[in-house]
Write a protein that binds this ligand. Structure first.
Ligand SMILES: Nc1ncnc2c1ncn2[C@@H]1O[C@H](COP(=O)(O)OP(=O)(O)OP(=O)(O)O)[C@@H](O)[C@H]1O
Ligand SMILES: [Mg+2]
Length: 310
């Protein structure tokens, strides 16, 4: 659905996007992650046909963002990082304005507006002025607007920025709903945990370069060396258990957590973990449970980025 090939954008002095390549398939939820100034908004604006690339190419649904921008705009719902000022309009007028811009006939607009208001939970604000909405409601209205022409692809530039925890959760639920509706979603953020439970793919951009991209679980495998497991043991055996674990050849590091748990960094495949269990039992440790501590997107991010910005 989205194909980006060696895309470059140089401003006068800054090389904001420096040759990035990635693909997003139909139905993917692609998380575009990077620190401030990494080049996310610049990339997104090129995809949304609002900024001309310096070189390279990008297609959305097979259409080129430069030479077939009209076709691209039909396919695409773009939510900018900045909500423009439309304070004199009522919520429904705002949506009607955009629906008209997309040439949706007047007779169909009423029904469509009602639908997107229900989806974004703004029905009660239909007759309110945009200026009277809270920030979270404005973000949802902005998302409602991107849905008005029923686009297949959504490109959202930090849709949850500046929202309180509840509003973030609501935004996340809304995005999950869009996923269920079969939309392809490209979403940027610098808050990783926000994306981890519904993105199936991520790309991490830093200083204009895509550091890593692909399926979340594949990336996790590639960047994480070995396994992190938590063993639960009887409190009186904690010290002995730590010493026993340390004696296993594939154990890199052991740390105690509280009075009954050990966190063990095991340099082996997941399937080799039974070796560790056997070793502990053979050493006389009454292991109560063993569970994998999953590396999070946050861990990937810290491992692959170096903290450099343009
Ligand atoms: N219009 C512009 N003219 C010159 N430089 C720009 C312009 N817009 C962005 N830049 C520079 O390009 C780089 C990337 O900016 P961009 O806005 O794409 O980053 P971002 O990843 O979206 O950051 P944030 O997380 O803060 O939104 C930055 O160094 C920025 O200063
Ligand atoms: Mg940005």
């Amino acid at each position: 659905m989205i194909r980006v090939n060696n895309l470059v954008k140089h401003y006068k002095r800054v090389q904001a996007v420096d040759g990035i390549t990635f693909h997003v398939e139909e139905g993917d939820i692609f998380g575009f992650i990077g620190p401030n100034g990494a080049g996310k908004t610049t990339t997104i604006k090129m995809l949304a046909t609002l900024l001309l690339p310096t070189s390279g190419s990008a297609q959305i649904g097979g259409y080129d963002v430069v030479s077939e921008s009209d076709k691209v705009r039909q396919m695409l719902g773009y939510m900018p990082d900045y909500f423009g000022v439309y304070n004199d309009l009522k919520v429904w007028e705002y949506l009607d304005f955009f629906a008209a811009a997309y040439k949706i006939p007047r007779t169909r607009r009423v029904g469509i507006i009602d639908d997107v208001l229900v989806l974004t939970d703004l029905t009660v604000k239909k007759d309110a002025f945009v200026a009277e909405l809270s920030k979270g409601m404005k973000q949802r209205l902005c998302l409602a607007r991107t849905l008005i022409h029923n686009p297949k692809v959504l490109i959202l530039d930090e849709p949850a920025s500046g929202l309180d925890p509840r509003a973030r959760i609501e935004m996340r639920e809304l995005l999950k709903e869009l996923k269920r509706m079969g939309k392809t979603v490209f979403i940027s953020s610098h808050i990783l945990t926000e994306l981890s439970d519904f993105c199936n793919k991520v790309g991490i951009i830093e200083a204009g370069h895509m550091v890593v991209s692909g399926a979340v679980d594949e990336i996790l495998q590639a960047v994480s060396q070995g396994q992190l497991v938590t063993l639960s043991v009887p409190a009186e055996q904690l010290e002995a258990a730590a010493a026993a674990a340390q004696r296993h050849a594939k154990v890199l590091n052991v740390e105690t957590k509280g009075s009954t748990e050990l966190e063990v960094h095991f340099d082996g495949h997941l399937d080799d973990l039974s070796e560790l269990m056997q070793h502990m039992l053979a050493e006389g440790i009454k292991v109560r449970s063993m569970k994998e501590s999953v590396n999070s997107l946050e861990d990937i991010f810290m491992k692959v980025t170096k903290g450099q910005v343009n």
